[in-house]
Design a protein around this ligand. Structure first.
Ligand code: 3MF
Ligand code: MG
Length: 343
């Protein structure tokens, strides 16, 4: 049982509140100030997209120096870097996807971009490369050849694995948005594909709660399956109110019991003991003004910590007895009482 956790968040989790239907409504927070805010909230690590750390305009010869500057800013703030994620969805060249694009030039650009992310990660001091394959799917089923797409995924992963023998790749799978039909919609799909790469032991997963929910799955079950494979190397905790757009609500905000089950599976399976971090991928509500737009992070972290306490206090022998007697109504009441602070 592990009850000591490290926390992280992405620099994008302190954003200006823009959404697909409206512009930014908060002032942008300078980078160094974001780091200070995260530290003050009790975070230990920060997460980056490649271009959050080193903007694309920086010429290749200066990438390492710029990444080193960012690393010292993080160190000065007392934060480590959890991971770097190549942003393979914004460049107009990636309009049809990057890894699975039909255009060979786009696929080549994706590999170059992936290597650049690895270069940056090396300087920032992390081995973790997170891959959210945002546009690797289709709007209409007939647009791409699925089998060729799976081959292209393997080719992309093998390319990065060969480029740096120390990196680990963490697939962060999501079933839809921005694409209608996403390839490798679930963690299980990605793990099955990982087994076909040149080095399966270096390919694992980061599971985002909202993504599992969008898939119609319970996040704690997906996490348990990845843990069973020894491949839950990261999490993005948040919440999601049903099958809508990707809401990234504060952890526990929509469904406390579902949040509890996530915490319980992490606590009881030693998540964190090998350096795994509790990442929070949460967005402040668009209504929050700048000075109040950190509560989504503090609330999520506090909810996680309170649910750890609930998990630790649970009477496991009572649970085992209820399981043995198949009294699942009794078990249901025990869990709800624990969440209400009654027992
Ligand atoms: C999308 C996400 C992303 C990823 C991030 C790192 C912007 O639903 O969750 O957040 O977490 O790109 O891979
Ligand atoms: Mg995420």
């Amino acid at each position: 049982m592990n009850t000591k956790f490290s926390f992280s968040a992405g620099v994008w989790n302190l954003n200006r509140g823009e959404d697909p239907f409206g512009p930014p409504i908060r002032a942008s927070i300078p980078f160094a100030e974001k780091l200070q805010k995260l530290k003050a909230l009790g975070f230990d690590y920060v997460q980056f997209h490649d271009d959050d750390a080193v903007p694309l305009g920086v010429s290749p010869v200066n990438v390492a120096a710029e990444a080193a500057r960012v690393r010292s800013l993080c160190e000065d703030a007392g934060l480590g870097v959890e991971f770097v994620a190549p942003r393979l969805w914004e460049d107009p060249l990636f309009v049809d996807g990057a890894i699975t694009a039909n255009d060979a030039a786009a696929r080549q650009a994706a590999m170059d971009r992936g290597k650049r992310a690895v270069d940056i990660a090396r300087v920032l001091g992390t081995h973790r490369i997170v891959l959210w394959p945002a546009r690797e799917g289709t709007y209409i089923r007939e647009a791409k050849d699925p089998l060729a797409s799976f081959d292209r995924f393997v080719e992309f992963l093998n390319c990065l694995l060969a480029y740096d023998p120390d990196i680990r790749i963490l697939g962060e799978m999501k079933p839809n948005e921005p694409m209608d039909l996403m390839y490798l919609a679930s963690t299980a799909h990605f793990l099955a594909l990982a087994a076909r790469t040149a080095e399966p032991d270096r390919v694992g997963t980061l599971i985002e709660a909202a993504h599992s929910i969008l898939l119609g799955l319970d996040p704690s079950e997906e996490m348990a399956f990845a843990i069973w494979h020894g491949k839950l190397w990261g999490v993005h905790l948040n919440d999601q109110d049903g099958l809508k757009f990707d809401e990234d609500k504060s952890f526990g905000s929509a469904n406390l019991r579902r949040a509890f089950n996530i915490v319980d599976v992490l606590v009881n399976n030693d998540y964190g003991l090998k350096g795994e971090v509790v990442g929070l991928d949460v967005k402040a509500m668009r209504t929050q003004p700048t000075d109040m737009a950190t509560k989504h992070l503090s609330n999520s972290k506090r909810m996680f910590e309170r649910l750890v306490e609930v998990s630790v206090k649970l009477d496991r022998s009572a649970i085992n007895a209820l399981r043995a007697s198949r009294d699942y109504e009794g078990l249901d009441a025990l869990i709800l009482d624990a969440l209400m602070g009654v027992r």
